[in-house]
Design a protein around this ligand. Sequence first.
Ligand code: 5RP
Length: 237
Amino acid sequence: MGPSNSNDHKRTAAVRAALELEDGMVVGLGSGSTAAFAIEAIAARIKNGLRVTGIPTSEKAAALARQCGVPLTDCSQHRHIDVTIDGADEVERGTLNLIKGLGGALLREKIVAAASDRLVVVVDESKLVDCLGTRTPLPIEIVSWGWQTVLDHLADAGLEAKLRYAGNVGVPFLTDSGNYVADCLTERISDAGDLERRVAALVGVVDSGLFLGLASKVIVGSASGTTVFERAESATP
Ligand code: 5RP
């Protein structure tokens, strides 16, 4: 599948997700290319009369929302978010657990997702996996000070971690919250809950790109339209 097909499928999923919004909602605005299509689709609905307010998960999402005319607010004004629409790097079939953060916005994305009644995830088919850890590295946001020792702790926990750099200029990638990102190669993640707990316990780790039990719905765009997966209420992370 070429990049333009992939973009079409991402857009298809995003447009479908924007239909979930209703007047008066506070909406979390995700980050990444698929979430950007969702912001544009929300803006189109606003132009047709929908009244919603958005909480962006990154400076980039905020800039796009402003440019498209989506009114913005923040977590200080709204502790409760009705629905968030965001992308993902991997979606595990069955559990709908996710890996996120290749775009570097995982911390704000997780804060917004955790404050949301519903997290609607929009992806193209390439993101679906049978087991997390098979398609992408696991991004982990870490503090910048003493990052080398944090990478050692991740290695002790069995994760081959590489500091993320910004382009080819030899400067570490900095998140919107001023942290670094370690991209970790993993085996298939058979027990994501255990890995999440072990990583969260390491000094210097801010948060991981494991989003467990957070997605309520996943909308997959493909050449044949959209397929919707809903998380069973009883499903555990
Ligand atoms: C950013 C993310 C993105 O949602 C994820 O990387 C997917 O991006 P894209 O839609 O461009 O493939 O988690 O932190």
